[in-house]
Design a binder for this molecule. Sequence first.
Ligand SMILES: Nc1ncnc2c1ncn2[C@@H]1O[C@H](COP(=O)(O)OP(=O)(O)OP(=O)(O)O)[C@@H](O)[C@H]1O
Length: 312
Amino acid sequence: MTDILTLEGVEKTYDSGFIALHGVDLTLKEGEILALLGPNGAGKTTLISCICGTVMPTGGKITVGGFDALTNFRKARSLVGLVPQEIHLEPFSRVWDTVRYTRGLFGKKHDDAHLERVLKDLSLWDKRDSRVVELSGGMKRRVLIAKALSHEPRILFLDEPTAGVDVDLRKEMWEVVAKLKASGVSIVLTTHYIEEAEAMADRIGVINGGRLALIEEKDALMSRLGRKSLKIDLETPVDVIPDTLSSYNLKRADDGFALVYEYEAGASRTGITRLLADLRDAGLCMNDLSTRQSSLEEIFVSLVQSEQEERA
Ligand SMILES: Nc1ncnc2c1ncn2[C@@H]1O[C@H](COP(=O)(O)OP(=O)(O)OP(=O)(O)O)[C@@H](O)[C@H]1O
């Protein structure tokens, strides 16, 4: 897959002197979904704004589809669609008119067949003559996406696409994004909902303090940093974990009715077989066993914490 977007050492120092980006390197492959995670103020919106040309970087180089975002701004910008966090729409304009108008802003020739496809893909076709004010929140977000796709961009930036929307609508948006990916659009998405990144992204980037702390395939990240836990339900509760089991660092749960053992998700030797034998030797009888994999959220929290501790 070719790279549709390249960032080399992108820096941003705001006029206040605050350094929001400290030399970010990043590439996006064609047709992939990259989720950018990071705590509040990490620099996600600044990064997207630099790529989309609404914030001027103070250093580094950004290339979109081979065009330099500074020296060939119009060409580079025409390949990018931005769905902002806030819903800014003209309330009394009709869906069709507002989407068509946005295409015109990019200097593209009319192509009503393309706009029809976009509206149909977003299940907005039946609403094309509705005024924005008459639409539900979810439909308004779809109109934002339709506007961002009106000029046929190759990368779509979704800044917090589901902030403040209910669970059903969030799932609906995920379906919309999956459809977009299938149509060949590359997607960069920022989100605070880590389950969203887990559900949709091919790769995960973590921004912290203006630095790209990590970028990796989601599955590899989850198996590399993910931990699993084995819960052992006991027939009779234990007050104290026997000394012979001390090397397993077991935790007592459910008032002593269960013991929990943690191990690395990707490990070839988990130690479970030995643990079960040692439990039997210690005279503990098991009722049940269950395992659980740590979520991306737990991985993210521990990553950000250890980064902050390193810098402190
Ligand atoms: N115009 C500006 N002038 C000075 N500082 C700014 C400006 N815009 C943003 N910042 C600062 O830059 C940092 C990064 O902000 P940014 O909005 O990019 O973060 P974010 O990761 O998108 O945060 P959130 O998740 O809260 O949306 C923050 O500390 C913010 O206060």
